[in-house]
Design a protein around this ligand. Structure first.
Ligand SMILES: Cc1cc2nc3c(=O)[nH]c(=O)nc-3n(C[C@H](O)[C@H](O)[C@H](O)COP(=O)(O)OP(=O)(O)OC[C@H]3O[C@@H](n4cnc5c(N)ncnc54)[C@H](O)[C@@H]3O)c2cc1C
Length: 280
């Protein structure tokens, strides 16, 4: 289908993008890689009156050492996240999961910021960022603010971003000594996750000293598996604890799987994630 008519401007830098957003008003949208927004526009599920293209802003594409964290520019494409050696060392679950998204075309055009801002509960990286307790950096005409991942995802396609907000950076804590795993259960290699599980664990004498676990496609947002984390903290082993992976979840039924099936698969893939995290 053909999208409805819209105005289009290329932003030269982040400040310019915010000015353009303010000039165009509340119905304008940012265009990054276009791999989520353009399909929605073609189906007329989204009909922005104007697009502000940030895809050519080099200042938004980087991976930097921020001391206790790695800073990733919102405009960094998955492929660059996946291949960044500093991220591979300091926060390997982020680099690894970027390589699990879609197919090569999606990974060369889609951006980490677009994935986060889009707020799709089936997306992979938001789950990992929630497990890591990452921080989103947001700019607007009022200045800069930071939002923890736990407060960022509000509902299906709904985030803490306002209409004239630009996500500029994602800060991920360095976790070089932690065990980690992202288990993506999907039917074909390029599919979204039917269920995904991110686990980041601190090891203590071969067992789990502390764990942060988050789930993909198990509700309206990426979800923390709090019951599993508590069970592990209480001394349960991965097999026992993962039986609680469906607690507090509300997955949809769709052609990829029923709600009941997803709940069972969440238990299976949580156990696998914990076992792999312990072995790394
Ligand atoms: C065939 C296919 C397969 C895919 N498979 C997967 C998959 O397996 N896993 C997965 O996680 N994703 C998958 N995706 C989605 C893909 O990851 C998208 O690239 C991503 O969700 C959006 O990134 P983008 O840069 O393309 O954003 P766009 O489509 O340009 O924008 C998406 C939304 O975010 C907003 N936005 C973008 N950047 C910013 C910013 N910096 N600040 C504020 N708002 C912003 C836009 O206004 C828009 O509302 C797939 C997509 C396709 C087409």
């Amino acid at each position: 289908m053909i999208p409805s008519a819209f105005e289009y401007e290329v932003a030269e830098n982040p400040q310019h993008a915010i000015e353009l957003l303010n000039n165009f008003g509340d119905e304008a949208k940012i265009l990054a890689g276009g791999h989520s927004l353009l399909p929605l526009m073609k189906l007329r599920f989204a009909a922005p009156t104007a697009l502000v293209d940030i895809g050519r802003i080099r200042d938004l594409s980087y991976v930097r050492d921020g001391g206790d964290h790695m800073a990733i520019g919102a405009g960094t494409v998955y492929e660059d996240v996946h291949n960044n050696n500093d991220l591979v060392r300091q926060c390997p679950i982020v680099a690894h999961t970027a390589g699990e998204v879609g197919d090569p075309q999606v990974r060369h055009r889609g951006t980490i910021g677009g994935s986060v801002a889009h707020g799709d509960p089936a997306s992979d990286l938001p789950t990992v960022l929630l497990a890591l307790d990452a921080t989103m950096v947001v700019q607007s005409a009022e200045g800069e603010r930071t939002i923890p991942a736990g407060d960022f995802f509000k509902g299906i396609f709904e985030t803490a971003l306002g209409p004239q907000n630009l996500l500029t950076e994602i800060r991920v804590p360095k976790v070089p000594d932690h065990g980690w795993s992202y288990q993506k259960f999907h039917h074909r290699a390029q599919d979204w996750a039917t269920v995904g599980v991110a686990a980041v664990v601190q090891r203590s004498n071969g067992s789990i000293g502390g764990a942060r676990i988050a789930l993909t496609s198990m509700g309206e947002t990426p979800l923390r598996a709090g019951a599993v984390e508590q069970a592990l903290a209480g001394g349960a082993d991965p097999a026992e604890a993962s039986q609680q992976a469906d607690e507090g979840t509300n997955p949809v039924s769709d052609p990829l799987g029923s709600s009941e099936y997803r709940k069972e698969m969440a238990k299976v893939f949580t156990r696998r994630a914990l076992e792999e995290a312990l072995s790394r």
